[in-house]
Unconditional design. Sequence first.
Length: 134
Amino acid sequence: MSAPRPRTTHSSGSPFEASIGFSRAVRIGTRILVSGTAPVEPDGSSTPGDAEAQAARCLKIIVEAVEALGGTAADVVRTRMFLVDPADAAAVGRAHGKLFGSIRPASTMLAGAVLLRPEWRVEIEAEAEVSDAG
């Protein structure tokens, strides 16, 4: 039996991390996995505004987590966007494109999600691959 690979975790301070038992992001070797990230402000309140503003906040939290574990936005290779309403697709796509337009990770956008707070319009998760095992 081989020894478990070492892993590093990152917390964003989300009120759900401790109660549910998860990390914002986990790094194992060259891989960084970022949990579903909702539009939550540092004080725990929801990001105000439309789906584009909320998506931008989700992406900011994601990039901060990737950077905390030794990566950059350019290392993101996969995103998944969960929308409550398909009418928000263009707005969320604009926020995603502003950050990842030249990086172009593999990406999925799904609509019809039921998220934990009714004011949330979007939740996003990501995966990154960095060049060294850190």
